[in-house]
Write a protein that binds this ligand. Structure first.
Ligand code: PGA
Length: 307
């Protein structure tokens, strides 16, 4: 087998996956006689037939199936090696795996867009889910970086603060409390509440605040989507607590407003985290620096606007 070339193995793998010399030739941008020739030479090297033709259909022989399994292993190893070389060279090429809480989806995709314009060879996998699912993914080491509001205390992580994430009390513009100022928090006990699902970090922050003030509210509805909550408030089903960032642009269209209740906004921050001891890839490291720089600028800009 030492005489078989990598090119022959690639051609063989492509023929096997399509079951056709013609399709393999098309995929590899070579001629059909070249494919036949390469397969003839490989068959001679192996010393046994790799394919069997029945009618128009091409089938792998037993030894052909064995060779296909070996090819997959060889090419997987080579792909891995390529990534290591790219890492060492510092070229930004490969995959970035990110998982973010639902409130962060209002700014992360845009930053990712700019990042990918700068590094077009980077592929991104972005998971958007709630706090509890993010911590489960952390435990399973599924991603390179995580963005959330409350870094877990029971998982060793490195975390860097990114930006403020204030949680505000949102109501329909026609709500009787909409025009009132400095409303005592106890007043909320009379209100129908829409809460995020169990496992949501937003819900946890709200419950902590209510526990601190010893109040319990009437939960009318539980929803696992910030967008659905906004629609429910617009439909006068109740009031809710949401990240202020979920309200940009649409709040006036949906006729939503924020209520001036004591204890609100709940001051939170987003953090970017990764598992302690994890060797970040060149791409993950580049994104980490990029998002820190970008959010710093965003924070400065929002301070200037609010002054
Ligand atoms: P979540 O996000 O409510 O979707 O869990 C909260 C957070 O900002 O941590």
């Amino acid at each position: 087998m030492i005489q078989a070339t990598l090119h022959q193995l690639r051609v063989f793998q492509t023929v096997a996956s399509h079951g056709s010399f013609t399709k393999a030739a098309e995929e590899l941008f070579i001629t059909q006689p070249t494919v036949s020739n390469q397969m003839k030479q490989l068959t001679q090297t192996v010393g046994m037939p790799l394919f069997e033709q029945i009618g128009k259909q091409l089938y792998l022989t037993d030894i052909g199936r064995e060779l296909l399994a070996s090819c997959q292993e060889i090419f997987e190893q080579l792909d891995r090696f390529e990534m290591i070389v790219a890492d060492i060279k510092g070229t930004k090429q490969g995959k970035l795996r990110l998982a973010v809480v639902t409130t962060a989806k209002y700014f992360v995709p845009r930053i990712l867009g700019y990042f990918c314009q700068k590094y077009p060879k980077v592929d991104v996998a972005l998971e958007v889910t709630n706090h509890q699912n993010i911590t489960r993914r952390m435990l399973e080491n599924q991603d390179d970086l995580y963005i959330l509001s409350q870094p877990p205390e029971d998982i060793p992580v490195c975390s860097e603060a990114l930006m403020n994430n204030p949680l505000v009390l949102v109501a329909n513009k026609n709500h009787p409390l909409a025009q009132k100022k400095n409303i005592p928090i106890k007043r909320l006990t009379d209100e129908a509440f829409i809460l995020r699902e169990q496992g949501s970090g937003t819900r946890q922050a709200v419950q902590q605040l209510f526990a601190k003030h010893k109040i319990s509210v009437k939960v009318r509805l539980e929803l696992n989507s910030n967008e659905a909550i906004k629609q429910a408030i617009a439909g006068s089903l109740g009031i809710s607590v949401l990240s202020e960032h979920t309200l940009y642009r649409e709040s006036s269209e949906l006729e939503l407003t924020t209520l001036d209740v004591q204890g609100f906004p709940i001051q939170r921050q987003w953090y970017v985290c990764y598992l302690d001891g994890k060797q970040l890839s060149v791409i993950a490291q580049a994104f980490l620096e990029y998002i820190q720089e970008y959010t710093q600028k965003m924070d400065i800009a929002s301070h200037l606007v609010s002054q």
